[in-house]
Design a binder for this molecule. Structure first.
Ligand code: GLU
Length: 280
């Protein structure tokens, strides 16, 4: 099987050292395996994604010597391609509409609920059926029903990154406790959520190895659950270490000081920027 990986930035800010590191690792792994390296713009967030940022990412990657195979895929240009998967999950009875605002969710979580971590949806709209869906409702995955459906299948993935290396079997209790009923289609704009769109495009683009930062490791379980529900192949995952600032914080898009363009404008060469990164 040919090795195919991708770099999938969200064009909502400048490419910084952390992104460059991720792209360079994926690129190197693909080329070392004689495989393909693809570029995908994860621009489903229509408010925050900007064509200027996408253009800047292309320019920065090119400057760094990262080349990619084929056309750049833009998720925003193919939003309807995700509909059939949402329809399939609906037909399986695994979706429900949700009208909760962030404030509603916070208020529900403020009531003491033993064992419910704060970022897991408290289930306020869980009793609702799809025929009660109103314009502006989000769609959530009914995770208990989804896991019931998968009860006689092993839901697992292989991780090759150093920190979490091995085969990970998704555990029902842990998934319910730590993931919960995630939003698959956002309120109002009917736009598919990142982890569904990303997982579907990994399959659509024939990605055999997802190479990305460790900050995304926790999304893997839900992506694997969704792919398995949809009878789609699960790629191998490789989560690499992150570039942190001097306080140990992960670099964020806002961190313009470490934007590749800033180094370039300051007169550094691509080799000098690459030398700022840990060896890869
Ligand atoms: N678009 C995501 C980001 O920029 C990355 C998604 C992925 O690599 O799976 O954080």
């Amino acid at each position: 099987m040919q090795y195919v990986t991708r770099f999938a930035p969200s064009p909502t800010g400048p490419l910084h050292l952390g992104h460059a590191y991720s792209a360079l690792i994926g690129h190197k792994m693909a080329r070392a395996a004689g495989g393909q390296f693809l570029l995908r713009m994860e621009d489903t967030d229509l408010e925050r994604s900007k064509p200027e940022w996408a253009a800047q990412i292309v320019e920065d990657l090119t400057w760094l010597g990262v080349d990619w195979d084929g056309e750049i895929l833009s998720q925003a240009a193919q939003l309807s391609s995700y509909d059939s998967s949402l329809e399939r999950l609906d037909a399986l009875g695994l979706l429900y509409p949700c009208s909760c605002s962030r404030a509603d969710i916070r208020a529900a979580l403020a009531a003491p609920q033993e064992g419910v971590p704060h970022d897991v949806y408290p289930g306020t709209c869980k009793h609702r059926t799809m025929d009660s869906r109103k314009t502006g409702d989000a769609l959530r995955l009914h995770l208990d029903n989804a896991l019931d459906r998968l009860a006689d299948r092993e839901v697992s993935f292989v991780e090759t990154g150093a920190t979490h290396q091995g085969t990970h079997v998704i555990n029902r209790e842990r998934a319910l406790r730590e993931i919960g009923d995630v939003v698959l289609s956002r309120k109002g704009d009917e736009i598919v959520a990142y982890f569904l769109a990303s997982a579907l495009d990994d399959v659509a683009q024939g990605i055999t190895h997802v190479v990305r930062g460790e900050d995304l490791f926790d999304f893997t379980a839900i992506q694997v659950i969704l792919l398995t529900l949809l009878d789609l192949p699960v790629p191998t995952y490789h989560h690499h270490g992150l570039i942190r600032d001097e306080n140990g914080k992960r670099l964020a898009k806002r961190d313009d000081a470490r934007a590749i363009a800033t180094y370039r404008d300051a007169g550094l060469t691509p080799q000098e920027v690459i030398a700022l990164l840990p060896p890869f």
